[in-house]
Design a protein around this ligand. Structure first.
Ligand code: CU
Length: 159
């Protein structure tokens, strides 16, 4: 009986530890996004994905030559009008990252900025792990409490 209890405690603890390991998300999805660059903005100007997702960007330019430089991921791609380019990467770092035009395209070029938001999935996994460890800990505590009572009882009957 106690073996079963300890085995299940071990399983719970292992699951909790597994949840704490960094991973490529539970169900990573692939986002196909077309970003059009034009004087002086990207559309869309904001992309939201989850950490671990794959992002495939089709980059187009609708007027002059533009470029896209993605902060944090160090990705740079230039694009000519009429010739689309593909950018593919895994959003493995959580946070907010700006993408800016990397080709001087005119007076307002410095203001040609978009934002990639990569939401972290770590807090949820950490919360689940904490709950599992708390459950395992209290089961362990209760089982020791019970068994020490039983031992006392058996000692008195033996004596
Ligand atoms: Cu530009």
């Amino acid at each position: 009986m106690r073996m079963v209890l300890y085995a299940s405690l071990l399983v719970i603890a292992l699951v909790a530890l597994w949840l704490l390991l960094p991973t490529q998300s539970q169900a990573a999805t692939t986002h196909h996004v077309t970003i059009d660059a034009a004087q002086y903005e990207f559309s869309p100007g904001r992309i939201e994905v989850a950490q671990g997702d794959e992002v495939i960007i089709t980059l187009t330019a609708s007027d002059v030559v533009h470029g896209l430089y993605l902060d944090g991921y160090d990705i740079e791609q230039q694009v000519l009008p009429g010739v689309s380019q593909q950018i593919r990467f895994f959003a493995d770092q959580p946070g907010k990252f700006r993408y800016r035009c990397s080709v001087s395209c005119g007076a307002l070029h410095p203001f040609m900025i978009g934002e990639l938001v990569v939401s972290s999935n770590a807090p949820f996994r950490q919360a689940v792990a904490a709950v599992l460890l708390a459950v395992a800990g209290s089961i362990f505590y209760l089982s020791r409490f019970r068994s020490s009572q039983n031992e006392q009882g058996s000692e008195t009957t033996r004596a």
